[in-house]
Write a protein that binds this ligand. Structure first.
Ligand SMILES: O=C(O)CCC(=O)C(=O)O
Length: 257
């Protein structure tokens, strides 16, 4: 059965640019997803290691690492089922409206002790859109206390609009102005989901715990919100997770005829 946001949760998202929804998945389900993600990381590692640590972080500490996979639903039917699960999409509808369109998905596993941080940034510069409906959901597949490098936000920062970022390589914000330590930590339990707008300033710390931090990020938009730059095109982009694409384009704008 579909989960729905309350008017208070919708108002919280509008005001703060993020929302935590606890217990979207049961603990058992979340841990099964954790196992699925770790098995995927093993398979990928057998071919080549994909380290999603940002260049600006690597420059400071070459030993940190994040296992990464893009468009995870192409590797796991469990993930395909999850991104259209009404317990999840019903919540996304409460923010985006009845039509929820996929942009991309990402698996991140921050290994114990050396799981790399993400510097503070907005996602906007990676895939700017006209109406700024773009948002992400992060599933915690294991418990995520602060020391695991939990997700952090600056509440209300989406209202600042698009900001100038430092580097064309990885688009981080000035570290003296936007310090990770000053951002609000969002520790959580396996099965919790955090929604946040692509203008909300966010980041996360290093995993200093003895356990991996395992997450899935699902990036979504209202299908009437078009990209202003043809960039960050990926497999599966444009798939409808809820509702319909009212544009009724034969091919989406980012695909060439
Ligand atoms: O998973 C995290 O801790 C942050 C991920 C992130 O900031 C991003 O992918 O833009």
């Amino acid at each position: 059965m579909a989960n729905r946001l309350t008017p208070q949760q919708q108002e919280f998202y509008r005001e703060n640019g993020y929302l935590v929804v606890e217990g979207v998945l049961s603990r058992e389900e979340a841990l099964a997803y954790r196992d699925e993600m770790h098995a995927l990381a093993e398979r990928l590692r057998a071919q080549r290691t994909v380290n999603a640590t940002w260049p600006s972080i690597r420059a400071k500490n070459p030993n940190v690492h994040i296992d990464h996979c893009h468009d995870v639903q192409f590797h796991s039917a469990m993930v395909s089922r999850l991104i259209v699960d009404e317990r999840f999409t019903g919540l996304a509808e409460g923010i985006l409206g009845p039509n929820v369109q996929l942009h991309h998905t990402k698996m991140f596993i921050k290994p114990p002790a050396k799981g790399a941080p993400f510097p503070m940034h907005q996602d906007y510069p990676y895939f700017p859109h006209e109406k700024h409906t773009m948002m992400a959901a992060i599933f915690y597949f294991d418990d995520c206390p602060i020391e695991k490098g939990c997700f952090r936000v600056i509440p209300g920062s989406h209202k600042l609009g698009p900001l100038e970022h430092q580097s064309p390589a990885d688009h981080y914000l000035p570290e003296d102005k936007y310090r990770l330590e000053d951002a609000l930590p969002l520790p959580g339990k396996a099965g919790d989901v955090i929604f946040f707008n692509y203008l909300t300033i966010h980041g996360s710390g290093q995993n200093e715990s003895s356990e991996a931090r395992t997450t899935l990020l699902v990036q979504m938009r209202d299908p009437t919100d078009c990209p202003t730059v043809q960039t960050h095109e990926s497999r599966g982009q444009g798939m409808m997770l809820a509702g319909i694409d009212p544009n009724a384009r034969i091919r989406p704008v980012w695909e060439k005829e």
